[in-house]
Design a protein around this ligand. Structure first.
Ligand SMILES: Cc1ncc(COP(=O)(O)O)c(C=O)c1O
Length: 413
């Protein structure tokens, strides 16, 4: 069984045409119909990323002895991220395949660090808010650790007092998000930093969504609370290049306050026929193209390019948030600082609103607590903000009239 490969190779022109046709059924992400997954800031940047990726398509980031070019681009990209995250002298990062791997490596490092600094932790545990991304639970699952999820406060952010109460002798780490995926809220990192310092715990900040662009959001005049290494007590920060860094997938970073902390992420062994194998990442072979695209994309944009993306994303967010909040009965959940948020209405089932939106060509991710629809604004959402808001108003009317399809199940993917 399975699918047999054609006996002779097909012409690329024919394959390309077939692939383009397959694409015809995908979501129209260039025009902002998506609520997640895609970070696109124009064809010029896309061309740079494609060409840079293509230039280093074959090179392998596992073999930096062979490819000092990849090593240099990786080091420089990590150093730029350290600068963006206000990391102190001596900080050290790892270039990874995505937020999930960055979080995995931070949690792995925290577990290994705990063996030295929290020797009483029999079942190493991470205390996180209920709103934390599943990646931390996935990491803990693979690593034989536990995540205690603590209900969020009335403002939907991590409840610092409740998280402190949840600390036990098994706790090795606290976890914060900047921002959370679902509601786009930055957790109170300074207060969590104090708790971590008081209890001698590792503090990881998941800034996978916010880390790269938030500094530019500040530069264009919006207040973003401290969430990075400027906060004493933060041990590690994950920040994705393939999200708000607008570079090509797969690309993320995890930065540690010191090179000593990064050592806890390393895996080494030499009991096999080819000598020492030593690596910081979960993956072995690594796409040189993703590292090259990250380096090229960041330098192509420069600070001014990121400021433009930040300003456009924040204008899109302001227009959509104000637009939906003007619909009777609709509220935005909490006070989101960045370009992501969620909105809901106690008068209608939001899963049905999401289904009615899908019928109109808008992919929406429903949230469950509180019930709502998640919005992740990027520059392409700015020109369609009015259309989006009109579709939400129509969809709510349709649900109220009992004419909308069955509720869309809340599912992340
Ligand atoms: C807050 C947050 N953390 C982690 C992740 C995981 O990132 P990735 O899908 O790149 O592995 C995501 C993905 O959306 C996220 O929103």
């Amino acid at each position: 069984m399975g699918m047999q490969l054609p006996e002779t190779g097909q012409r690329w022109e024919q394959l390309r045409a077939e692939m383009a046709a397959m694409r015809g059924h995908d979501l129209d992400w260039k025009h902002g119909r998506h609520g997640a997954y895609v970070w696109y800031a124009g064809d010029e940047l896309e061309d740079v990323l494609r060409e840079a990726f293509g230039m280093f398509l074959v090179e392998n980031g596992l073999g930096l002895r062979a490819f000092p070019s990849i090593g240099r681009m990786e080091e420089e990209t990590l150093a730029t991220v350290q600068w963006l995250l206000s990391a102190p002298e001596g900080a050290a990062g790892i270039f990874t395949s995505g937020g999930t791997e960055s979080i995995f490596l931070a949690i792995h490092a925290a577990r290994e660090w705990g063996k030295v600094h929290r020797p009483g932790a029999a079942r190493p545990t991470i205390v996180a808010a209920h709103s934390a991304h599943p990646a931390v639970s996935k990491a803990a699952h693979y690593l034989g650790m536990e995540v205690v999820r603590v209900p969020v406060g009335a403002d939907y952010r991590a409840d610092v007092a409740a998280m402190e109460t949840a600390i036990t002798a098994d706790t090795v780490a606290l976890y914060a998000s900047a921002p959370t995926y679902s509601l786009g809220l930055v957790d109170p990192v300074p207060a969590l930093g104090e708790v971590a310092a008081r209890h001698g715990l590792w503090l990881h900040v998941d800034a996978c969504v916010g880390g790269i662009l938030a500094p530019f959001v500040r530069q264009v005049g919006h207040a973003v609370p401290p969430f990075d290494f400027s906060v004493a007590g933060v041990s590690s920060v994950s920040a994705d290049l393939h999200k708000s860094g607008y570079t090509a997938k797969p690309a993320s970073t995890v930065t540690f306050r010191t090179a000593e902390l990064r050592e806890f992420a390393r895996y080494s062994m030499d009991d096999w026929p080819s000598g020492l194998y030593s690596s910081y990442t979960f993956t072995g072979s690594r796409p040189g193209g993703a590292i090259a695209a990250a380096w090229a994309g960041m330098h192509f944009l420069g600070q001014s390019g990121y400021r433009e993306i930040a300003a456009a994303s924040m204008r899109a967010k302001a227009a959509i948030a104000a637009g939906v909040a003007a619909i009777p009965g609709v509220i935005v959940h909490g006070t989101p600082e960045l370009w992501a948020f969620s909105f809901g209405s106690p008068e209608v089932k939001m899963g049905r609103v999401a289904a009615a939106m899908a019928k109109r060509g808008w992919m929406c991710g429903p949230t469950t607590s509180p019930p709502g629809i998640h919005v992740m604004c990027t520059p392409v959402h700015e020109p369609v903000a009015g259309e989006y808001v009109a579709a939400v108003a129509e969809s709510i009317d349709e649900v109220k009239a009992g004419a909308a399809p069955e509720a869309q199940r809340a599912a992340y993917n």
